[in-house]
Design a protein around this ligand. Structure first.
Ligand code: C5P
Length: 400
């Protein structure tokens, strides 16, 4: 089931650390390779020998050991995994993760990884309910960290309530889900996102107000359904989601090149706000304010990436465009769907009064060959989840 998957397992310092041993057994039984890391506090609860013996792989404990020539560097160790799992994740570890600390091996690996992170929190009820922990939890979730548990129950400290670490079987199931075991497993999906920057000279550029929030949420939702996502993003303000292949670009022409390089794909979603025009002649030196008067910029048309891919010899089976409009939203988007040759168009009104561009909510219409659906105003993450489910249903032929 998890054959060939590599799990970097960080064991924090809590009484629930003993459950990590059972988790290692389950993971190895399912064919996964486990690379264990034991924090200094974790070593107070389980012995390095038992962890290494069960994992059947070297145990890592010290950041500075990894600088030794024969050892794997911490960057490499954090990248070689398919998933990073923290069990038990203590209140202190959560705080360090939320704050971006990197003062030991575990926290450094967590900062250096480009993979998804799943935590199984475990702590005393009061510590779990403390506003600081809840703040950190919200921060970590917003950063894309997956969380399993804690559950309610009797705790080793004698209290009762939430804070008990999830059982090894539940953490094991959460690991399976995080490793792309959804309906889109094995499918490749391309998502474009963010604005493009079109240079005027080496220091100036033309841009737009796209934050990349909707495209980022969509890439994450497709990933959560098991898709292998290639995320081509312009200079967005929202960071790209973990667990997808990220290709950073600046201009529309670079975006087209990256997109064509990422084909073939099963589906492609074009959520980027691509600049329609670029400055025809980018100045090689910074333009100066001088006596010769105001500069006049001549424009050239950018390639239309969506239209190009819709007519490409490697056209994905499903091509979805976005239409950001400020008037006659549905009519313009219906015409655009036909003009660009895509299958679906997700249309929205980006007039400043809607607060949609750069905001956290979106109100969209889904335009397909068979008609137009008006979706309610929803958080962008919810729009993304619904659209991802529709894409999955379309690709797999299974109802949502
Ligand atoms: O800007 P426009 O309204 O034409 O954008 C509609 C759709 O076309 C969006 O999905 C956008 O990502 C895509 N597009 C593109 N390349 C362009 C312009 C727009 O892929 N040059």
């Amino acid at each position: 089931m998890l054959a060939d998957k590599r799990i970097l397992l960080i064991i924090g310092g809590g009484i629930a650390a003993y459950k990590a041993l059972e988790l290692i057994r389950l993971l190895r039984g399912a064919g996964a390779a486990v690379s264990p890391v034991l924090t200094r506090a974790g070593a107070q609860f389980v012995t390095p020998l038992s962890v290494a013996a069960l994992a059947g792989s070297p145990l890592h404990q010290d950041l500075f050991d990894l600088t030794a020539e024969a050892e794997m560097g911490h960057i490499q160790l954090s990248r070689a995994a398919d998933l990073v799992v923290v069990t038990p994740c203590t209140a202190d570890l959560m705080a360090k993760m939320a704050g971006g600390h990197a003062d030991d091996l575990a926290t450094t690996l967590l900062m250096a990884t480009d993979k998804r992170v799943l935590i199984a929190p475990a702590m005393n009820v009061r510590m779990w309910e403390h506003p600081a922990t809840q703040r950190n939890l919200a921060r970590l979730r917003a950063d894309g960290v997956l969380v399993t548990g804690p559950t309610h129950g009797d705790m080793a400290c004698g209290e009762h309530g939430p804070g008990r670490m999830a059982e090894p079987a539940d953490i094991f199931a959460a690991i399976g889900a995080a490793l792309h075991d959804g309906p889109l497993k094995g499918r490749r999906i391309l998502v474009t996102s963010g604005p493009t920057h079109e240079p005027i000279d080496p220091v100036r550029y033309i841009a737009n107000r796209s934050s990349g929030a909707q495209g980022t949420a969509l890439a994450a939702a497709l990933r959560d359904l098991g898709a292998k996502v290639t995320f081509v993003t312009g200079p967005a303000t929202v960071p790209p989601p973990p667990g997808v292949q990220v290709l950073h670009v600046e201009t529309a022409r670079q975006m087209l090149e990256a997109v064509e390089g990422a084909l073939p794909a099963d589906a492609a979603v074009f959520a980027a706000a691509v600049a329609d025009w670029r400055v025809a002649q980018e100045a090689t030196q910074k333009m100066k304010k001088d006596a010769s008067g105001l500069p006049v910029l001549a424009f050239a048309e950018n390639p239309d990436i969506l239209a190009t891919v819709s007519r490409h010899r490697l056209r994905p089976g499903l091509v979805v465009g976005f239409a950001a409009e400020t008037e006659n939203v549905i009519a313009h988007a219906q015409a655009k769907r036909l003009r660009k040759g895509c299958d679906w168009m997700v249309a929205n009104d980006v007039s400043p009064a809607t607060g949609i561009m750069g905001g956290t909510e979106n109100a969209v219409h889904l335009i397909t060959e068979t008609g137009t659906e008006n979706w309610p105003r929803l958080p962008k993450t919810e729009v993304a989840a619904r659209l991802a489910a529709r894409i999955a249903a379309h690709l797999t032929g299974q109802p949502e």
